[in-house]
Design a binder for this molecule. Structure first.
Ligand SMILES: Cc1cc2nc3c(=O)[nH]c(=O)nc-3n(C[C@H](O)[C@H](O)[C@H](O)COP(=O)(O)O)c2cc1C
Length: 209
């Protein structure tokens, strides 16, 4: 038995290319072992707390080893429970569209809540920064209207893949596999073929978990 945390970042639901491919992944994961568990976080239906002044103050208090105020402690407890929910799994699936060459703001908001000192990463002058979420695999399903993998020039504009791999690497992930769905803004036949190929890749990864 294994648990998968599926984080869904497109608001387009049944019109979404990234969700369509992610659903193939989830089905294959469940078919592999009926006891496998899937927890889905739809970032568009969650009421994520603002990462506001109290929470940032709480973050700096923790970083500097100081005692937080009552409000800061409450704010920090809320963030801690979100991070603990994130950590409570064996593997991860992220599905997301490219928005303005990067990731949707709801997913950036989620990472701003998750990436906390002492919970997701640590720092010491001797060892530098260290990710604390280790030994877990992540699969990224990335939909984009254009094509970014075909040339270095186009790839230089791809802050979706690079950001996801960088931020997950920063918090400790070493095993990251990526499925690209590109280009989605094309004729229906080509898009269909792109989806078929991406689903095959996704199913193959899911069966190895
Ligand atoms: C707000 C917004 C911004 C977008 N920005 C880009 C972009 O910078 N580059 C690109 O190739 N496609 C861009 N697109 C197109 C989407 O990445 C593309 O339609 C993708 O398939 C959407 O994934 P989804 O169907 O899973 O939501 C954008 C779409 C929206 C709605």
């Amino acid at each position: 038995m294994s648990k998968l945390l599926y984080i869904e970042a497109s608001p387009r639901k049944d019109r979404s290319a990234s969700i369509e491919v992610a659903q193939s992944f989830v089905s294959a994961f469940q078919d592999e072992n009926p006891d496998n568990l899937v927890e889905t976080l739809d970032l568009w239906s969650l009421a994520l707390p603002e990462f506001d002044g109290d929470r940032i103050n709480a973050k700096y208090r923790v970083m500097h080893g100081e005692n937080p105020s009552t409000d800061e402690a409450k704010a920090w407890d809320e963030i801690t429970s979100i991070v603990e929910q994130f950590k409570n799994t064996d593997s991860y699936l992220f599905s997301l569209p490219m928005w303005n060459f990067s990731i949707p703001y709801k997913l950036k908001h989620y990472f701003d809540l998750i990436c906390q000192p002492g919970l997701a990463w640590s720092f010491s002058p001797d060892t530098g920064y260290q990710g604390l979420i280790t030994g877990k695999s992540a699969t990224l399903i990335l939909a984009r209207g254009g094509e970014y993998s075909s040339s270095a020039e186009a790839g230089a504009m791809d802050f979706q893949k690079t950001y996801m791999e960088m931020i997950l690497g920063f918090i400790g992930f070493q095993d990251i596999q990526t499925v690209l769905i590109e280009p989605t803004l094309t004729d229906p036949e080509s898009k269909q073929q792109t989806l078929i190929t991406a689903k095959e890749q996704a199913v193959s990864i899911a069966k190895q978990l």
